[in-house]
Write a protein that binds this ligand. Sequence first.
Ligand code: DOR
Ligand code: ZN
Length: 361
Amino acid sequence: MKIELPKWYDLHVHLRQGDAMEDFIKAQIAMGCAGVLAMPNTDPPIAKVSDDDWSIEAYTDVIKAAGGNAFSEIIVPLYLTSDTTPEMIKDGAAGGVLKACKYYPPHGTTGAQSAAPLETYVESGVFAAMEEAGVVLCVHGEEHGLSGEKYFGHESNAEEAFYNDYMPWLIDKFPKLKIVCEHITTKVAADFVKQASTNIAASITPQHLLYTVGDMVKGFKYHLYCLPLVKFDRDRQALRDAATSENNTKFFAGTDSAPHTTKATDCGCAAGCFTGGIAPQLYAQGFEEAGLDLTDSAAQEAFKRFLCINGAAFYGLNVPKETFTMVKEEQAIVPLETANGPVTPLPLGMGQSTIPWSIKA
Ligand code: DOR
Ligand code: ZN
């Protein structure tokens, strides 16, 4: 079985900085990626638009020099900090460089230590300026600073708290603000996005379509440790329903592929799953596990909407004319050798040395 698809945009990926970028970018291109939304949680973060050694403009050039000139689109969101001003938003949008901004929960995940609480940008006028200029808000939707039992439980968790308590308040204040609820993991978040207006959409990662927290805890598979955490079966089911629905216009691919050469540390674990090179294959596996028969043309259309169409439409990007082909043939999974050492792809970290789908060169 074969599926030919337009090349797609990975609308949430971590390309990092330094010598290994070339390897990560090669892996993106190998999986039919025509463009990326590259996360700004570098060190230091990308917190300026231009005119600086380290800004959206500078980082875009760095990505291009590392092989990203093959991409037809590179969006780098501005990392929101307490130093972000409405003028930066207005000028950045007017100059065409600023398309999106990223909200991180302070200290809530890898590289989130420069972020400020959501209220900061309400008070500073930053969100108002974004709404006015049509700049997309990319949200890592988790409440920060919670106690352990509130952070992760069956009744509630940091993501549910965010979508129940903060998002309704935010969209009430800024009803026209374009928001991507990134890497959603819960039924609460999926339901929130479904009932919200058309300026609210969401990305879903391969790991959240495929796994639940039990898969991580059983054998402590730390390569599946990412933030937000994988959740329960009811949540995975809600994500599968949202992604595969024939009416889906709001849910799209954003891998959150996050390479870490060292996952387990002395007293913890770095958050992030690496799916570079294999994300469409894993998404296809997720669609099949959701019960879709990808030999069926309606199922293929649903897959195409999720991978290639909905995200491009939300960000106002053209769907590429160039295509790539997926085949239902087993592919061996090996570590990605990089300038910084090997990175373990998620399936290998889950003890699987093959996956059911491949990409035809
Ligand atoms: O799992 C994650 N890894 N979640 C994030 O929000 C950041 C990312 C990373 O940069 O490694
Ligand atoms: Zn991310």
